[in-house]
Design a protein around this ligand. Structure first.
Ligand code: SAM
Ligand code: SF4
Length: 305
C-alpha cells in the first residue's frame, strides 16, 4: 500500500528516459472524503500517513507536459480534493496535450469544478460507484448515490454544451454484496450517458483478508467473504448478463483481467469478447463503436484501462 504521495512511481517505468514518456501516472493524494469498505480508508484505523503530492512534484509533471500524451493523477485517495490536481488542470488550459484521465468518487464533480475542468483536454473520466441501488452504494461507499450521480450529470451536461469528446466510464468493484446489480449497473451507466463500464475484482490488499472487517450499521463487511475471485458460480452469471446488456445497449465493457481471473476462465472459453485480450479491438475501433471521435492527440494512445 502506498501511504505517501512522495514514494509512488511518478514516471512510467516502461519509459527508458523521461523524453520518451507516453503516459505519466502520479499519486496526487492519499486523502479522501469517503471510507469505502473495501479500501484502506474504510478500516477503523484508516490509511496511515496521508499526504498530497508536493508542489515540486506537480511542477516537474507540468514541466514535462510536452513529452506526455496521457496524464493520470491517481492514488488511494480522491484526486479532486487535492490542490495539485487543480494546479495541473489550470496549467493545461489552452493545451491539446497531455490528455487528462482520472478516477473519482464523483462527489466533487460540482458545477464550478466541472466548469474548471473544461480548460483541460480531457480523455476519460472514471466514476467509481460500485452499485446501481442507493442502499447498496450507501453500504459499500458510505455515500448518497444521488450526490455522485449529480456530479455525473454535471459532467454530461458540460460535455453536451461544449462538444468535448471525452469518455465517461463507470467503475464497479465486484463483491458478493453488489454482484447481482452488475446488469442494472450497465443500464444505469447507459441511461446517464456513460460510454463504458469497468468491472474489476477486489485486489488482495492484505495477507489475511479474513481479518478485514468493517461495520456499517447492521451490516458487517468481511473482505474474504465478499471476494468473488475464484467463485465463478456466484459471479459469472451476473457478469454475463451485464455483458449482454452492454452489447444490447452498445456500451463498452472493460475489465481488469476479468476473464483471466481464476474461476472466470469459463467466460473466456464460452464467449470471446472485448475483455479477452486475444479479441481486444484497437483503441480507434473501440472509440468508433461508441460513437465518439476522440481528438487527434489521443489517437494511438496506449490502451488506457
Ligand atoms: C482507490 S480509488 C481512488 C479514486 C477515487 N477515490 C475513487 O474511488 O474513484 C481507485 C479505484 O480503486 C477502486 N478500489 C478501491 N478499493 C479496491 C479494492 N480493494 N480492490 C480493487 N479496487 C478497489 C475504487 O473503487 C476506484 O475505482
Ligand atoms: S472514494 Fe476511493 S479512495 Fe476514497 S475510500 Fe472510496 S475507494 Fe478509497
Amino acid at each position: 500500500m502506498i501511504a505517501s504521495a512522495e514514494t509512488y512511481t511518478v514516471f512510467d517505468p516502461q519509459a527508458s528516459t523521461i523524453g520518451r514518456t507516453d503516459r505519466v501516472t502520479l499519486e496526487i493524494t492519499t486523502r479522501c472524503n469517503l471510507k469505502c469498505v473495501m479500501c484502506p480508508h474504510g478500516l477503523p484505523e484508516g490509511l496511515p500517513g496521508q499526504s498530497d503530492a508536493s508542489d515540486m512534484l506537480i511542477g516537474e509533471v507540468i514541466r514535462y507536459f510536452d513529452k506526455t500524451r496521457i496524464l493520470q493523477p491517481t492514488g488511494v485517495g480522491e484526486p479532486l480534493l487535492s490542490a495539485g490536481f487543480w494546479k495541473i488542470v489550470d496549467a493545461l488550459a489552452g493545451r491539446t496535450n497531455p490528455m487528462l484521465m482520472f478516477v473519482t468518487n464523483g462527489i466533487l464533480l460540482t458545477k464550478p469544478n466541472v466548469e474548471r475542468l473544461t480548460q483541460a483536454p480531457l480523455f476519460q473520466v472514471n466514476v467509481s460507484l460500485d452499485a446501481a441501488r442507493p442502499d447498496t452504494h450507501l453500504r459499500i461507499r458510505g455515500n448518497d448515490l444521488a450526490k455522485s450521480l449529480a456530479g455525473v450529470r454535471n459532467l454530461t451536461d458540460m460535455r453536451a454544451r461544449t462538444g468535448a469528446d471525452f469518455l465517461i466510464r463507470f467503475a464497479f468493484v465486484i463483491m458478493r454484496e453488489n454482484v447481482e446489480e452488475a446488469p442494472a449497473f450497465v443500464e444505469m451507466a447507459h441511461s446517464l450517458g456513460a460510454n463504458a463500464v469497468y468491472f474489476e475484482h477486489m485486489v488482495t490488499l492484505v495477507t489475511d483478508p479474513k481479518a478485514w472487517n468493517v461495520k456499517r450499521g447492521n451490516w458487517l463487511f468481511n473482505y474474504a467473504e465478499n471476494e468473488l475471485r475464484g467463485d465463478a458460480a456466484a459471479s459469472d452469471p451476473w457478469i454475463l448478463k451485464a455483458m449482454d446488456r452492454a452489447d444490447a445497449l452498445g456500451i463498452r465493457i472493460d475489465g481488469s483481467g476479468i476473464l483471466l481471473e481464476p474461476g472466470l476462465e469459463a467466460l473466456q472459453d464460452s464467449r470471446p469478447c472485448r475483455l479477452d485480450p486475444g479479441a481486444r479491438v484497437s483503441f480507434e475501433e473501440r472509440t468508433r463503436r461508441i460513437g465518439l471521435s476522440v481528438s487527434e492527440a489521443a489517437k494511438g494512445a496506449p490502451d488506457v484501462a
